[in-house]
Design a protein around this ligand. Sequence first.
Ligand SMILES: Cc1cc2nc3c(=O)[nH]c(=O)nc-3n(C[C@H](O)[C@H](O)[C@H](O)COP(=O)(O)OP(=O)(O)OC[C@H]3O[C@@H](n4cnc5c(N)ncnc54)[C@H](O)[C@@H]3O)c2cc1C
Length: 463
Amino acid sequence: MAEEFDVVVIGGGPGGYAAALYGAAAGLRMAVVEKEKVGGTCLHRGCIPAKQFLETATVFRTVAGAKEFGVVADQPGVDFAAAQGRKQKVVDQLWKGLQSLMKGRKITVVSGTGVLRPNRRVNVDDGTELIGSKAVILASGSVPRTLPGFDVDGRFVLTSDEVLALDKLPASAAVVGGGAIGCEFASMMSDLGVQVAILEALPKILPGCDKDVADVVVRSFKRRGIDVRTGVKLEGHEPSGEQTTVSLGDGSTLTVDAIVISVGRRPLSDSLDLDGTGVVVDGKGFVQVDGHLRTGVDGVYAVGDLVDTPQLAHVGFAEAIVAVKDILGEPAVAVDHAKVPWCIYCFPEVAFAGLSEQAARDAGMDVVVSKHRFNSNSRAMIVGEAEGLVKVIAERGPDGRAGSLVGVHMVGPWVTEQLAEGYLAVNWEATPDEVSAYIHPHPTLSETFGETVLSLTGRGLHG
Ligand SMILES: Cc1cc2nc3c(=O)[nH]c(=O)nc-3n(C[C@H](O)[C@H](O)[C@H](O)COP(=O)(O)OP(=O)(O)OC[C@H]3O[C@@H](n4cnc5c(N)ncnc54)[C@H](O)[C@@H]3O)c2cc1C
């Protein structure tokens, strides 16, 4: 006997659980099929564990620099097994919280692998059959991409999954890929004493970031001893004893204890057995959807890393809400993926929303740009992290002055916590006159954003 719900969700990561929580809050009977643990990549193998280890790195830096603040402390050492234990405690606590939240909203969670069948049916590998009388939402997420010649063995070649489960850090590592995840790992490991090299195929690390922002990160990484190599081609690697030697396209080699592959994530559409269902999957494995996350098969939606939109947990949340509203027949505004907030938690942190200066110019915009550095911000000096800047890009208005803000880019102390108003301004298409009317408390790091926008009006206070 098939069990019937309003909506059946396959996958209990941020996309899937957000759909379930939002749907249940709106009165829908929701079921989630999950083959591992609700919380998905984000909670168990992604955002949360990665940020927990970056926090260990922050504590290490703070203790190492305590003397400057007049605090006498022993120089720190690293007990990564203890850091792993703390990570697991935080993850388990959040996992428990999520399960009780889902239980509280009467969401049925079915353990097993679900596959899509015609007429909004979902078959689970334990024999259960579920029907989504209104809809099925596909949210099976993604897994790390790998590279030919670099088989993941958990010893010499690791992906994020293996790094986040380590009890001991390697003495040296080559991080392959200088994107967000690669830079976070490189930063964390370097701060904790690992000799790190970043090997990036493209001409610069942090592709997609504004150049001024990426340059600050590169300078900081190099100063801290991270060997940043761009335009690199990998040939393969050869283990010998306790280490492995990576061969590069230019004939050089690099011998390290571990290779961390962070070259993006592959959508997990193959776990859904979509052949013959009518759901269209593109050449890279992404499920194709429209702005309302509809697959084209009646009542079947797809959200999160499974679709070709920024692979971010909060994008999954936003897409889940749009999909559920559409299922409810409510008007839903499609997510504007070009303006979603991005946060990268390496040291120094990076956060941005909207177009970089180059992307705005490439789009044919006449832009006005303002930049302010944190080294003139009092709070940044107080906390001892004055490296970085805020850059705001506005489209020039018909009067020749800076008009709507099209991009806000930040690098420096706690910028991941400061981006929210920049994101709001860009999505609101606010002008510098409108934004600069709002007060930023003193002394705060956020004053640098206020000052950057104020100077776009032509009347900055501090430069
Ligand atoms: C190291 C790392 C750091 C990251 N940091 C950030 C960050 O700071 N901020 C951010 O926004 N994003 C971050 N991300 C990305 C974020 O984790 C993903 O964007 C997010 O988890 C995607 O959510 P999802 O629900 O689409 O997929 P997932 O989280 O991958 O969840 C999919 C779920 O579906 C289950 N599943 C798959 N197939 C089936 C099936 N057939 N039947 C049943 N269950 C199935 C899986 O077991 C999984 O639990 C990070 C990722 C990594 C790897």
